[in-house]
Design a binder for this molecule. Structure first.
Ligand code: ADP
Length: 244
Protein backbone atom coordinates (compact mmCIF):
# COMPACT_ATOMS: atom_id res chain seq x y z
CA UNK A 1 0.00 0.00 0.00
CA UNK A 2 2.68 2.48 1.04
CA UNK A 3 6.43 2.54 1.06
CA UNK A 4 8.24 5.08 3.23
CA UNK A 5 11.90 5.31 2.21
CA UNK A 6 14.73 6.94 4.14
CA UNK A 7 12.54 9.72 5.46
CA UNK A 8 13.96 12.54 7.57
CA UNK A 9 12.18 15.45 9.25
CA UNK A 10 13.82 18.44 10.95
CA UNK A 11 11.69 21.17 12.48
CA UNK A 12 12.56 24.85 12.03
CA UNK A 13 13.65 25.16 15.70
CA UNK A 14 16.39 22.62 14.96
CA UNK A 15 14.79 19.46 16.39
CA UNK A 16 15.56 16.48 14.21
CA UNK A 17 12.53 14.25 14.81
CA UNK A 18 13.19 11.53 12.23
CA UNK A 19 16.28 10.32 10.37
CA UNK A 20 16.51 7.62 7.71
CA UNK A 21 13.13 6.09 8.58
CA UNK A 22 11.77 3.38 6.31
CA UNK A 23 8.71 1.14 6.47
CA UNK A 24 6.22 -0.60 4.23
CA UNK A 25 2.50 -0.97 4.78
CA UNK A 26 0.35 -3.62 3.13
CA UNK A 27 -3.43 -3.71 2.71
CA UNK A 28 -5.16 -4.96 5.88
CA UNK A 29 -2.01 -4.69 8.00
CA UNK A 30 -2.25 -3.87 11.69
CA UNK A 31 1.04 -2.19 12.54
CA UNK A 32 2.12 -0.77 15.89
CA UNK A 33 4.70 2.00 15.99
CA UNK A 34 6.30 1.59 19.38
CA UNK A 35 8.88 3.82 21.00
CA UNK A 36 9.44 6.23 23.90
CA UNK A 37 7.83 9.67 24.06
CA UNK A 38 9.47 12.18 21.74
CA UNK A 39 11.00 9.61 19.36
CA UNK A 40 9.02 10.91 16.38
CA UNK A 41 6.02 8.54 16.24
CA UNK A 42 3.42 11.30 15.78
CA UNK A 43 5.68 13.04 13.27
CA UNK A 44 5.81 9.85 11.21
CA UNK A 45 2.05 9.45 11.43
CA UNK A 46 1.52 13.03 10.25
CA UNK A 47 3.82 12.39 7.27
CA UNK A 48 1.83 9.26 6.35
CA UNK A 49 -1.40 11.28 6.64
CA UNK A 50 0.01 13.92 4.30
CA UNK A 51 -0.35 16.57 7.03
CA UNK A 52 3.39 17.28 6.88
CA UNK A 53 6.18 16.78 4.33
CA UNK A 54 9.55 15.07 4.85
CA UNK A 55 12.82 16.98 4.42
CA UNK A 56 14.57 13.85 3.11
CA UNK A 57 13.39 10.62 1.55
CA UNK A 58 9.98 9.92 0.10
CA UNK A 59 6.60 8.26 0.54
CA UNK A 60 5.26 6.24 -2.38
CA UNK A 61 1.73 4.86 -2.60
CA UNK A 62 1.02 1.73 -4.63
CA UNK A 63 -1.48 2.92 -7.19
CA UNK A 64 -3.42 6.06 -6.48
CA UNK A 65 -2.48 8.31 -3.58
CA UNK A 66 -5.25 8.42 -1.00
CA UNK A 67 -8.12 10.82 -1.56
CA UNK A 68 -9.69 12.80 1.30
CA UNK A 69 -11.70 10.26 3.25
CA UNK A 70 -9.32 7.40 2.45
CA UNK A 71 -7.40 8.15 5.64
CA UNK A 72 -8.99 8.27 9.10
CA UNK A 73 -7.11 9.85 12.02
CA UNK A 74 -7.78 9.27 15.71
CA UNK A 75 -5.94 11.22 18.42
CA UNK A 76 -5.39 10.63 22.12
CA UNK A 77 -8.00 13.29 22.80
CA UNK A 78 -11.38 12.45 21.27
CA UNK A 79 -11.56 16.04 19.87
CA UNK A 80 -15.36 16.05 19.63
CA UNK A 81 -17.48 19.15 19.14
CA UNK A 82 -18.83 19.58 22.69
CA UNK A 83 -22.15 21.11 21.64
CA UNK A 84 -22.93 18.47 19.03
CA UNK A 85 -24.53 15.05 19.58
CA UNK A 86 -22.61 11.81 18.93
CA UNK A 87 -24.52 11.53 15.66
CA UNK A 88 -23.62 15.06 14.56
CA UNK A 89 -19.98 14.54 15.45
CA UNK A 90 -19.84 11.42 13.29
CA UNK A 91 -21.81 13.14 10.52
CA UNK A 92 -19.23 15.96 10.34
CA UNK A 93 -16.73 14.40 7.85
CA UNK A 94 -19.60 13.46 5.54
CA UNK A 95 -21.13 16.93 5.87
CA UNK A 96 -17.77 18.45 4.92
CA UNK A 97 -17.86 16.27 1.80
CA UNK A 98 -21.28 17.69 0.89
CA UNK A 99 -23.55 14.80 1.92
CA UNK A 100 -27.04 15.65 3.12
CA UNK A 101 -28.08 14.51 6.56
CA UNK A 102 -30.67 12.16 5.04
CA UNK A 103 -28.10 10.52 2.77
CA UNK A 104 -25.57 10.22 5.61
CA UNK A 105 -27.89 8.87 8.32
CA UNK A 106 -27.50 5.14 7.51
CA UNK A 107 -23.68 5.46 7.36
CA UNK A 108 -23.58 7.40 10.63
CA UNK A 109 -25.86 4.89 12.36
CA UNK A 110 -23.76 1.99 11.09
CA UNK A 111 -20.47 3.60 12.23
CA UNK A 112 -21.89 4.22 15.71
CA UNK A 113 -23.26 0.66 15.89
CA UNK A 114 -19.85 -0.73 14.85
CA UNK A 115 -18.21 0.86 17.88
CA UNK A 116 -21.00 -0.30 20.21
CA UNK A 117 -22.80 3.03 20.51
CA UNK A 118 -26.15 2.15 18.95
CA UNK A 119 -28.76 4.01 21.03
CA UNK A 120 -26.41 6.89 21.97
CA UNK A 121 -26.91 8.90 18.79
CA UNK A 122 -28.35 11.91 20.61
CA UNK A 123 -25.97 12.00 23.58
CA UNK A 124 -23.61 15.00 23.90
CA UNK A 125 -19.93 14.40 24.69
CA UNK A 126 -20.34 15.58 28.31
CA UNK A 127 -22.96 12.87 28.83
CA UNK A 128 -20.53 10.16 27.70
CA UNK A 129 -17.63 8.49 29.54
CA UNK A 130 -14.05 8.88 28.28
CA UNK A 131 -14.21 5.45 26.63
CA UNK A 132 -17.51 6.29 24.92
CA UNK A 133 -16.13 9.60 23.65
CA UNK A 134 -13.20 7.68 22.16
CA UNK A 135 -15.69 5.30 20.52
CA UNK A 136 -17.42 8.31 18.92
CA UNK A 137 -14.04 9.52 17.71
CA UNK A 138 -13.33 6.10 16.13
CA UNK A 139 -16.80 6.05 14.54
CA UNK A 140 -16.10 9.51 13.08
CA UNK A 141 -12.86 8.18 11.57
CA UNK A 142 -14.61 5.08 10.18
CA UNK A 143 -17.64 6.80 8.68
CA UNK A 144 -15.83 7.67 5.45
CA UNK A 145 -14.75 3.99 5.13
CA UNK A 146 -11.02 4.81 5.10
CA UNK A 147 -8.45 2.45 3.58
CA UNK A 148 -6.01 3.52 6.24
CA UNK A 149 -6.76 4.28 9.87
CA UNK A 150 -4.04 6.20 11.75
CA UNK A 151 -4.32 6.12 15.53
CA UNK A 152 -2.08 8.23 17.76
CA UNK A 153 -2.08 6.80 21.29
CA UNK A 154 -5.89 6.74 21.25
CA UNK A 155 -6.30 4.80 24.50
CA UNK A 156 -3.46 6.32 26.53
CA UNK A 157 -5.73 8.50 28.67
CA UNK A 158 -8.23 5.73 29.50
CA UNK A 159 -8.32 3.51 32.57
CA UNK A 160 -7.03 -0.02 32.13
CA UNK A 161 -10.42 -1.80 32.04
CA UNK A 162 -11.78 0.59 29.44
CA UNK A 163 -8.54 0.34 27.45
CA UNK A 164 -8.75 -3.45 27.35
CA UNK A 165 -12.37 -3.36 26.17
CA UNK A 166 -11.58 -0.79 23.49
CA UNK A 167 -8.56 -2.79 22.30
CA UNK A 168 -10.70 -5.92 21.85
CA UNK A 169 -13.44 -3.92 20.12
CA UNK A 170 -10.93 -2.17 17.86
CA UNK A 171 -9.72 -5.56 16.63
CA UNK A 172 -13.30 -6.56 15.82
CA UNK A 173 -13.80 -3.27 13.96
CA UNK A 174 -10.53 -3.76 12.06
CA UNK A 175 -11.46 -7.32 11.00
CA UNK A 176 -14.89 -6.15 9.93
CA UNK A 177 -13.76 -2.97 8.11
CA UNK A 178 -10.75 -4.59 6.41
CA UNK A 179 -8.73 -1.36 6.54
CA UNK A 180 -5.05 -0.98 7.38
CA UNK A 181 -4.29 0.33 10.87
CA UNK A 182 -1.16 2.13 12.03
CA UNK A 183 -1.34 2.42 15.80
CA UNK A 184 1.10 4.60 17.73
CA UNK A 185 1.73 3.58 21.31
CA UNK A 186 4.39 3.63 23.98
CA UNK A 187 2.88 0.56 25.66
CA UNK A 188 4.62 -2.74 24.98
CA UNK A 189 1.54 -4.62 26.26
CA UNK A 190 -0.79 -2.73 23.96
CA UNK A 191 1.43 -3.26 20.92
CA UNK A 192 1.75 -6.99 21.71
CA UNK A 193 -2.00 -7.43 22.11
CA UNK A 194 -3.11 -5.53 19.05
CA UNK A 195 -0.59 -5.62 16.26
CA UNK A 196 0.40 -8.16 13.63
CA UNK A 197 3.64 -6.23 13.09
CA UNK A 198 5.39 -4.25 15.81
CA UNK A 199 7.88 -1.67 14.56
CA UNK A 200 10.36 -0.58 17.20
CA UNK A 201 11.73 2.95 17.03
CA UNK A 202 14.98 4.33 18.36
CA UNK A 203 15.03 7.46 20.48
CA UNK A 204 15.20 10.82 18.69
CA UNK A 205 16.06 11.23 15.91
CA UNK A 206 13.70 8.30 15.47
CA UNK A 207 14.05 5.56 12.95
CA UNK A 208 12.59 2.07 12.75
CA UNK A 209 15.23 -0.15 14.23
CA UNK A 210 13.57 -3.54 13.89
CA UNK A 211 10.30 -5.34 13.35
CA UNK A 212 8.75 -8.08 15.44
CA UNK A 213 5.95 -10.10 13.86
CA UNK A 214 3.19 -11.56 15.99
CA UNK A 215 1.57 -14.93 15.45
CA UNK A 216 -1.04 -14.41 18.17
CA UNK A 217 -4.73 -14.40 17.41
CA UNK A 218 -5.89 -11.98 20.10
CA UNK A 219 -8.97 -13.03 22.05
CA UNK A 220 -10.40 -12.95 25.59
CA UNK A 221 -7.73 -15.32 26.97
CA UNK A 222 -4.74 -13.77 25.21
CA UNK A 223 -3.47 -11.77 28.18
CA UNK A 224 -3.15 -15.04 30.14
CA UNK A 225 -1.46 -16.87 27.28
CA UNK A 226 2.26 -17.70 27.79
CA UNK A 227 2.76 -16.89 24.08
CA UNK A 228 1.59 -13.33 24.85
CA UNK A 229 4.02 -13.08 27.79
CA UNK A 230 6.80 -14.34 25.51
CA UNK A 231 5.93 -11.75 22.87
CA UNK A 232 5.91 -8.96 25.49
CA UNK A 233 9.36 -10.10 26.64
CA UNK A 234 10.67 -10.25 23.07
CA UNK A 235 9.40 -6.72 22.37
CA UNK A 236 10.88 -5.48 25.65
CA UNK A 237 14.29 -6.90 24.76
CA UNK A 238 14.04 -5.52 21.22
CA UNK A 239 13.15 -2.08 22.50
CA UNK A 240 16.04 -2.06 24.93
CA UNK A 241 18.39 -2.90 22.07
CA UNK A 242 16.78 -0.24 19.85
CA UNK A 243 17.27 2.40 22.52
CA UNK A 244 20.96 1.70 23.11
P1 ADP B 1 6.27 11.12 19.81
O1 ADP B 1 4.98 11.05 19.07
O2 ADP B 1 7.12 9.91 19.61
O3 ADP B 1 6.10 11.41 21.27
P2 ADP B 1 6.70 13.53 18.24
O4 ADP B 1 6.70 13.04 16.84
O5 ADP B 1 5.47 14.19 18.75
O6 ADP B 1 7.13 12.33 19.22
O7 ADP B 1 7.89 14.56 18.42
C1 ADP B 1 9.25 14.26 18.09
C2 ADP B 1 10.11 15.46 18.43
O8 ADP B 1 9.82 16.51 17.51
C3 ADP B 1 9.86 16.02 19.81
O9 ADP B 1 11.08 16.47 20.34
C4 ADP B 1 8.92 17.18 19.58
O10 ADP B 1 9.08 18.17 20.56
C5 ADP B 1 9.40 17.67 18.22
N1 ADP B 1 8.31 18.28 17.43
C6 ADP B 1 7.16 17.68 17.04
N2 ADP B 1 6.41 18.49 16.30
C7 ADP B 1 7.11 19.67 16.23
C8 ADP B 1 6.87 20.94 15.59
N3 ADP B 1 5.77 21.15 14.87
N4 ADP B 1 7.80 21.91 15.73
C9 ADP B 1 8.94 21.68 16.43
N5 ADP B 1 9.23 20.51 17.04
C10 ADP B 1 8.33 19.53 16.95
Amino acid sequence: MLSVSHVGRRFPGGTEALRDTSLRLAESDFVALLGPSGCGKSTLLRLIAGLDQPDDGRLEWDGEAPAPGDIGYVFQDATLLPWASAEDNVFLPLRLRGLSRAAATPEVASALARVGLGGFEHARPRELSGGMRMRVSIARALVTRPRLLLMDEPFAALDEFTRHRLQADLLAVWRDAGCTVVFVTHSIYEAAFLARRILLMTSRPGRIDREIDSTLTPGPETRLDPAYAALVAEIGRGLEAALQ
